[in-house]
Structures are given as C-alpha cells and as structure tokens.
Design a protein around this ligand. Structure first.
Ligand code: SF4
Length: 229
C-alpha cells in the first residue's frame, strides 16, 4: 500500500469516535471536484509515508484512539489493503473504510472477514451517469454490487454524494436516493471550491444551505436518515 498522508487525530470523521486517518495514494476515478489531487494525479504526488512510520505511530495511540479510517485516493486499489486492515484490527482499533465502490470484491472480503466496523461509499451520480462527474463511465453493476453488499453487511455504513450544482440535479439526487432505498444514512455534501483535480471546477457552486436542507428532508422518504455536510 502506498500512503500519501496521515492525519493523526480527528473527532469528526468516524461518527462518535476519535480516529487517525490514513490516506492511500492512487485512484481509478478522476472526479472533477476531488479535493485530493495530490493523491490522485501522479504528477502531483507528494512524499510517500512508509507503512512502518504509520504503524509505529499507531502503536503509540493504542488505547488512546478508538479507530483508524482508511481513505484515499481509493484504498481498494491496493493489493495489500486486507493485510494492512488485519494488522490494524489486531492492534485493537475499530476500522472505517472509505471507498468509491468500484471494487466490490475487495469490500466483500473485508466484510466477510469482519475486518471493518464502518463503511462509507460515495455515490457520485445516478449509477449510469458517472461520465458527467469524471469523463468516463464506471461499470454500473460494480457500483450496484457494492451498494448491495454494504446495505446487507450488518455493519454500520453511510453513503454520500458531493454536490456540484451543474453536475448533480435535484432529480439526480432523487434517483440516487431511490437506488439506496432503505439505507441507514445518506449525506449530501456541499461542494466547496479548493485545490481540485479539475481546476475549472473552481468556478462551480453547490445548492444553497436551505435548498440542501429541503432536499435532505425530501429524501428521507427513501432513506432512514439524510443529512447535510
Ligand atoms: S473524489 Fe474520491 S473517487 Fe473521486 S477522484 Fe477523488 S479520491 Fe478518487
């Protein structure tokens, strides 16, 4: 696994738990609004953090932090992900895994081996419309498999959508909510301009706070909870 970032403490990334965050480098997606170009675009990669440095740090946090979140980039791209998660679990941490859902077979292994305690999957658009977000179409059946696996996993999970107004219509959000019908948690994430994979996206906006709150209320007709971040 190639690690491009380590955040040593967070109170907000694992619901109700303190955690450290490992950022894996490399992603098979190119979402225009992605905030982590240094983890996604090879020319922008920054220094790699050796796994040993990460594990040495985690050793000092045993009993002090509840959990470790593994995010990216796309963690499921790394062949040794399952082994790394096993080591983290053996140290006594809860594990949250973030994924774009493109590799359901890896999620299945993690779930079957009881290696994850919380799964978070981005649902970026109606499953047949990913081309709008990143310029090509991901196999919709893979995304659907990941959604089904997560919803039937018996562990805690959330789905989330980052919302750029020109890329994600209100009808798109209704369709996504229908796709994850019955889900425990769905978050609408307000797009905020920053250093992005596609710098032309910096001129884009999201919906207003009020519109997002109204949408979240409406979408609770499909999911158990819908919130705004
Ligand atoms: S938002 Fe996530 S899935 Fe999309 S390019 Fe960035 S890291 Fe990859």
């Amino acid at each position: 696994m190639v690690i491009g970032g380590l955040q040593k403490f967070s109170l907000v990334d694992y619901p109700g738990k303190t955690c450290a965050i490992i950022f894996t480098r490399g992603c098979n997606f190119r979402c225009r609004y992605c905030h982590n170009p240094e983890l996604v675009i090879p020319e922008q990669y920054t220094l790699e953090i050796p796994l040993k440095v990460v594990f040495d740090f985690l050793e000092t946090r045993r009993g002090k932090l509840d959990a470790v979140e593994i995010t990216g980039g796309e963690p499921t791209q790394h062949a040794d992900l399952i082994g790394v998660i096993s080591q983290i679990k053996d140290m006594g941490f809860l594990v949250k895994l973030d994924s774009n859902g493109s590799r359901p077979e890896v999620l299945k292994t993690a779930i079957d081996q009881k290696l994850v305690d919380y799964l978070a999957m981005d649902v970026k658009a109606p499953l047949k419309d990913y081309v709008k977000i990143m310029g090509w179409q991901v196999p919709a059946e893979k995304l659907q498999q990941s959604i089904s696996l997560i919803m039937n996993s018996g562990i805690d999970y959330e789905f989330r959508t980052t919302i750029v107004k020109s890329l994600t219509s209100k009808d798109d959000l209704r369709e996504i909510a229908k796709t994850i019908k019955g889900a425990k948690r769905y978050f609408l994430q307000k797009f905020i301009p920053a250093k992005l994979v596609d710098s032309s996206c910096n001129n884009e906006v999201s919906y207003s706070d009020r519109e997002l709150q109204e949408l979240a209320q409406e979408l609770m007709r499909y999911v158990v909870f819908c919130g705004v971040r």
